[in-house]
Design a protein around this ligand. Sequence first.
Ligand code: NCD
Length: 312
Amino acid sequence: MTRHLLSIDDVSVAEIRQLFETAAEMHDVQRREVKKLPALRGRTVINLFFEDSTRTRSSFEIAGKWLSADVINLSAKGSSTSKGESLRDTVLTVTAMGIDGLVIRHSASGAPEQVAGWVDIPVINAGDGMHEHPTQALLDAYTLTRRLGTLEGKHIAIVGDLTHSRVFRSNVKSLTKLGGRVTVVAPPTLMPSGVAHWSKEAGFGTSYDLDAVLPDVDAVMMLRVQKERMSGGFFPSPREYTVGYGLTRARLAALRPGTPILHPGPMNRGLEISPEAADAVDQSVILDQVSAGVAVRMAVLYHLLAGEEAAA
Ligand code: NCD
């Protein structure tokens, strides 16, 4: 059966640990002068990006290239999607060319899962609507594990625009799977509906009070206010958002010394995160996340595409 990575639900704890081991080896490759490994020589991966992206797309592209795969980038703008071609036709067209793996980002939640039903090559979800972003969650957990040693019993706050965040939905799953204690924090208007039920079932906490949570955390993950997904007013003004939920300079001081600060990017500096927090020496791991992203995506591509013997 073809393996896909559509959701964090697709990977067991043992598989996550195995991916992290491979990622650590890939991380060493990243530091070499010559970075190419021959693992995916002769394979072709296509990046189908129907939504804007800087880091995820280039990270997948670099990851594929360092494993010697041929990587092709296709975006909605500039492809036949803009001429009205359906997703199914686009996907069937590119797979008919003989590609070996498909990385897809789409604004519709569930699109990668649909695509996986149409093809018999591995499909990797690079972010679907407000649903999941599994490789982001894996790279976040990898970054945190390297920083904290283990996630077992560690308290992690995820703060911000939870309603629109696929990063939050994937992270809650992966961090709790790895033994972390998660508290999610947002203003009531950006707290997803149904979270009360979900949090009970999945075992994470919720709060509207950032100041009460911060002094107790081992790590804090700030999320972007996703203006492009907002149709109405979710908060009175940017200033009020920052006052209630921004990682301001004052809140930075409320964290225990050395507490790592994460943000998946792109950041709204001055809105959800202050420049002091984003650039905090020894505390901000935002660029570590970016470099871990390449290593983790190399590990994912390797395990899904290099064949049974490699994944064993
Ligand atoms: C995130 C995304 O696209 O879901 N960014 C990313 O992949 N690094 C988060 C965001 O857009 O805010």
